[in-house]
Design a binder for this molecule. Structure first.
Ligand SMILES: C[S@@+](CC[C@H](N)C(=O)[O-])C[C@H]1O[C@@H](n2cnc3c(N)ncnc32)[C@H](O)[C@@H]1O
Length: 358
């Protein structure tokens, strides 16, 4: 982290902060993250513990610009960051308002940008958002408010994240040009670089003594036989016919190319999703141990530090809750690259806030 006397140059509030992947990366770059806002109370402990910033439990739709302004301390520049989730289809959304209604939380982000006009805005999202009308509306709002905007789809493995994950990233500035972070130019980090040194564990066994999050979900007898028949980088196609599910027995199996897959040691991991702990939900088998990756391994493949704590000591570990937080997160290394870019833009465009576009 940057020295403390350097920490007040940009103050950030993170909307839809989750467990804090985006906040942590921004903070690591030197941004003063003052608060994260999320409706999910289960994120609070991990957020405050690891990001060391205030967690505000609130529905972003209920917040006003004035509420947000109260969270920002006096700082030269303010950054509003966020990763608005896509809402599941509601009947109302499907029949009355069309699919863009799923993105109503992005509209709330847009409203808060209009109401607070921070010097900088950044958002991260799934790459498919770029083709939705709501993203076009978001861009229009930024332009009407006087922002220069840069956006594009970035490959996380080019930013030190040991994972193939493509994300739409936007950086906007009211005090100068906007640019996206540049890839670091090094070779992508691999599964081996990231998790090989962790102690071996068994599927469904107790957590490892040295790390309670290094724990892997249990496997049924059938799935144990299946994974024992899988090779590194392989999938259900390696299994003898009697172990295959009916849908896999069809000749092509084209619709399920990588379920029940094992990762490869010497490549980046596949995209870590909210189901990253479940062997049957993707290519989440460990490269050589007969189990799915552990929660710790999933978090490290998302570029969380290896000592990240998700729940307080003594609290039961729920795979679904922690898996969701991990899979939903902005990889901290990507966020750090975004943070460094915004700091550079801030230093280039430094001016009293009063001089910014009103
Ligand atoms: C994609 S995740 C954000 C991940 C986070 N940026 C990170 O890097 O760890 C979206 C988050 O939005 C939260 N959320 C959903 N609806 C919300 C709402 N109406 N107000 C505030 N937070 C909300 C969810 O609880 C979830 O944690």
């Amino acid at each position: 982290m940057r020295p403390k006397n350097d920490m007040k140059k940009i103050a950030c509030v993170d909307l839809y902060c989750g467990v804090g992947g985006l906040s942590y990366g921004l903070k690591k770059a030197g941004v003063n993250v003052v608060a994260g806002i999320d409706v999910d109370e289960s994120c609070k402990w991990g957020y405050e513990r690891n990001v060391e910033a205030r967690f505000v439990r609130a529905d972003v739709a209920d917040l006003s610009g004035d509420d947000l302004c109260e969270l920002f301390p006096p700082a030269e520049h303010r950054l509003l960051a966020g990763c608005a989730p896509c809402q599941p289809f509601s009947t109302y959304g499907r029949t009355r308002q069309g699919s863009d209604d799923r993105w109503s939380l992005l509209r709330e982000f847009s409203r808060l940008v209009e109401e607070t006009k921070p010097e900088f805005v950044t958002m991260e999202n799934v790459e498919g958002l770029a083709s939705h009308r709501v993203f076009g509306e978001f861009l229009e709002t930024l332009e009407e408010c006087g922002y220069a905007v840069a956006h594009g789809v970035l490959a996380c493995e080019r930013f030190g994240v040991p994972q193939r994950r493509r994300r739409l990233v936007l950086v906007a500035s009211r005090i100068g040009d906007a640019v996206l972070p540049e890839p670091d130019g090094g070779s992508p980090r691999t599964v081996r670089d990231t998790i090989e040194r962790l102690p071996p564990i068994a599927a469904g066994g107790g957590p490892c003594d040295s790390d309670r999050f290094h724990v892997a979900a249990g496997l049924s007898e059938l799935n144990l036989r299946r994974i024992r028949n899988s090779v590194e980088g392989g999938s259900w196609r390696d299994w003898p016919k009697e172990l295959r599910a009916p849908c896999h027995r069809r000749e092509t199996g084209a619709t399920y190319p990588s379920v029940y897959g094992r990762m490869r040691w010497d490549e980046p991991a596949p995209t870590i999703t909210t189901q990253c702990y479940a062997y049957g939900s993707g290519r989440f088998g460990h490269p050589e141990q007969d189990r799915a990756i552990s929660l710790r391994e999933a978090a490290m493949l998302q570029s969380f530090p290896s000592n990240w704590e998700f729940v307080p000591p003594g609290e039961e570990i729920h795979f679904a809750t922690i898996g969701r937080a991990i899979g939903n997160a902005v990889p901290p290394k990507l966020a750090e690259a975004v943070g460094r870019t915004i700091i550079t833009l801030s230093e280039a465009g430094r001016s009293p806030r009063a001089d910014a576009v009103a």
